[in-house]
Structures are given as C-alpha cells and as structure tokens.
Design a protein around this ligand. Structure first.
Ligand code: PLP
Length: 384
C-alpha cells in the first residue's frame, strides 16, 4: 500500500484483502478456471471441488450445513434475496415484515421496494446505544408477519444485537428471522442453530476477502425455507441464484471466513486495545468528545466519534493524513443527517459533528497513535 499517503481507518466501508486470502486465490485462477457447472470434464470437476471446499468453510464458520449456503455477489444481493425471496414466496401467508430504523440501506431500500409491491413494514426504533426493545419486537409481530429482519452488527455505531434473544421470539412466534451479519461476522461468534436464525447475509470484502462475493445462508431443514429467486438462467445454486459461479472469489471468501473465525479472539483483543488508546488520547485533549453506540460489547473496530461544535466535512478536509468517513459512509453526499445517528437520538447538529473510524486487522499501533495525534492537532488549531 506504499502508493498511499493516508492511514486507512475506513474498515466498515471495505477491508484490504488479507495476504493469506490472496495467496489462496491466485492459484485458483489457474487451477479452478473451469465452469463449476460443467459436469462432463476435469476442468468443471476441479472448479466444483474448489467451490465445495469453500462452501464447507463458509458453512462451518456460522455452524450451518453447506447445503444452506447460496453464493451471491455480496451483502447487498444476499439482503435482497432474503427479503424479496421470502416476500415473493410467502406473501400468500401475510404481507407484514418487521425490521429496524437502523438497517443498512441494502435492507431498508429493499423494504421500501416491498412496500411498493404491497408489503407492510414496521420499523422498530432503538435506544441511545442502538439496541432494539425485545418486548416491542414481540408486540410488533402479528398473524400477518412473515419475516423479521434485524441488523446483527451496526455499520455506523457498532451495536451488536442480542440475536439469540431475537431468535427465541421469532421461533416462538413461528416467523422467519433474517439477519444482516455483514459487519458482525468475525467480530462475534455466530451459530445459526443456537441463535435460531433462518437467513443470514455475509459479504467477502468486509472480512478481508475479495469484493463481488458474499453469501446468503438460508435454512434447508426445520424449517425448510422457500425463496423466490432474483435471477433466472442456468439454475445454479439450486435454482436460487443463476449465473456462472465466481470461483476465485468463492475460494477467497471461503478462506476469509475460515480466518475470521480463527483470528476472531486475537483480532478483537487487539482492536479493543487500539480503540481504547485512540479514545483516551482524544478525550484527554477534548473532554467534550463522546463516542456513539454501546459503551461495552459493541463492534470492537467501530469508533463513531462526535466532536461537538465541529462539522464532519471540515474534519475530513482538515485531517488529511487519515482515510475515514463522516458519520455514515453510504450517505456522505447526502445533506441530511445519518438516519442511524438520528435514531439513537442525536440532534442534527451533533450528527453532523460525527465522524466514523473503522479500525481493522491491518491497523497498527503506530497508525492509531498518528491518527489520534492528527485529530488532536486539528482540534487544537481550530478551537471551538
Ligand atoms: C457493506 C454492507 C452491506 C453491503 O455489502 P456489499 O457486499 O458491499 O454489497 C450490507 N450490510 C452491511 C451491514 C454492510 O456493512
């Protein structure tokens, strides 16, 4: 990364590819170049074998059966397939969906599309740390509800929902539970059976894997989930996702999933330390600063920092040595405050004074030191 002059602290937007993932992928461009659906020759068999191995790794990392994994182009497609797929397959049973106000756009905008198709959607609010109220969730489920979709780890403020408690409620009420685990995966242990999750979205490029690959876990037994596909064609992925498989991407994604679980404990310990260092430095010189999201047990790499009196675009302009984003990366050219920061109760002014740092597996202690110094210097030379 020597061509870059900035320190990369935007790991919620995307992560660099882990060298071990790259090492697994490179030979796959040669050894698994075949079409995994070509059943009549060695080239196809080799590709299918690569896909099988990767599928097992993905499945193992969330405690699922390999048959329950559908490879997609990423988290957005997995979210779309879960929501649209369930709605179109089960709308005869009911048209109601329960989700939250703090979902990623990939879920929120899909819900808006489903509203245009006749769905009714309840958007649950959250408390000031970003948690949903479980009794409110339970009350929101009616006999028309077919799906509950709850973001596992929040990409802006780092809240990790209690998915096991959510799963208890949805299974008791016999409605399907989908969770977008794109940010939570690799940060908190996931077991789809223990959590009674029926559908779960993953993305390669948020876990040090390649872009353009992800997966939807969709439970195939007790209960067996039907999904209406988004794409039609050759019938790959049991007809759920037609299109020639992205074999090198899948190989890299499988490796990234394996590493995410193997390295979770050590990654998290390191990230928690780095985050604490960063924050204590900043709060020492600017005690009015605060962080959003849970005080404890949030995503260990997430730092949503409000610097009251400042404006995020000025901070981005002024703190040139660091690559970071305003409160929400996905709406950085949107003049409205982040809907997530509004949902946790920030005023518009405070939301506009919020920036997000995302630490990562490659972030070093030295980088965190420089980054905190840069923020402090900016505050000192632009006092409010
Ligand atoms: C990045 C992200 C997505 C979208 O994933 P892509 O693979 O980029 O399509 C969905 N949900 C969350 C929480 C994300 O952070």
């Amino acid at each position: 990364m020597s061509e870059f002059t900035q320190i990369y602290l935007d790991n919620h937007a995307t992560t660099p590819v882990d060298p071990r993932v790259l090492e697994a992928m490179i030979p796959s461009f040669k050894t698994c170049f075949g079409n995994a659906a070509s059943a009549t020759h060695e080239y196809g068999w080799a590709a299918a074998k690569c896909v099988d191995t990767a599928r097992k790794k993905v499945a193992e990392s969330i405690g699922s059966d390999p048959k329950d994994i559908v490879f997609t182009s990423g988290g957005t497609e997995a979210d779309n397939l879960a929501l649209i797929g369930i709605y179109e397959a089960y709308k005869g049973n009911g048209n109601h969906i329960v989700t939250t106000k703090v979902e990623h756009k990939a879920v929120l905008e899909t819900c808006h599309e489903l509203e245009r198709r006749g769905a009714e959607v309840t958007y649950l609010g959250v408390d000031k740390e970003g948690y949903i109220d479980l009794s409110e969730l339970e009350k929101a489920i009616t006999d028309k509800t077919i799906l509950v979709s709850i973001l596992f780890g929040n990409n802006e403020v780092g809240t990790i929902q209690n998915m096991k408690a959510v799963g208890e409620i949805t299974s008791k009420k016999s409605v399907f539970l989908h969770t977008d685990a794109v940010q939570a995966f690799g940060k908190t242990p996931i077991d789809v059976d223990a959590m009674k999750v029926d559908l779960l979205s993953l993305s390669g490029h948020k876990i040090y894997g390649p872009k353009g690959i992800g997966a939807l876990y969709a439970r195939q037994r007790s209960p067996r989930i039907k999904l209406h596909p988004l794409l039609f064609g050759g019938g790959q992925e049991r007809g759920l996702r037609s299109g020639t498989l992205n074999v090198p991407g899948i190989v890299g994604f499988g490796k990234a999933c394996e590493l995410a679980v193997e390295d979770m404990k050590s990654d998290n310990e390191r990230l928690i330390d780095l985050k604490a260092q960063f924050l204590s430095r900043i709060q020492e010189s600017f005690p009015k600063a605060w962080i959003n999201g849970p005080k404890k047990n949030g995503l260990p790499n997430n730092i949503s920092l409000t610097l009251p009196g400042y404006k995020a675009p000025d901070l981005i302009q002024g703190i040139k040595k660091i690559a970071f984003s305003t409160g929400s990366a996905c709406s950085s050219d949107n003049p409205k405050p982040s809907y997530v920061l509004s949902a946790i109760g920030l005023s518009d002014e405070d939301a506009f004074a919020t920036i997000r740092f995302g630490l990562g597996r490659m972030t070093t202690q030295e980088e965190v030191e420089i980054a905190s110094q840069e923020v402090i210097e900016y505050i000192k030379s632009n006092p409010k």
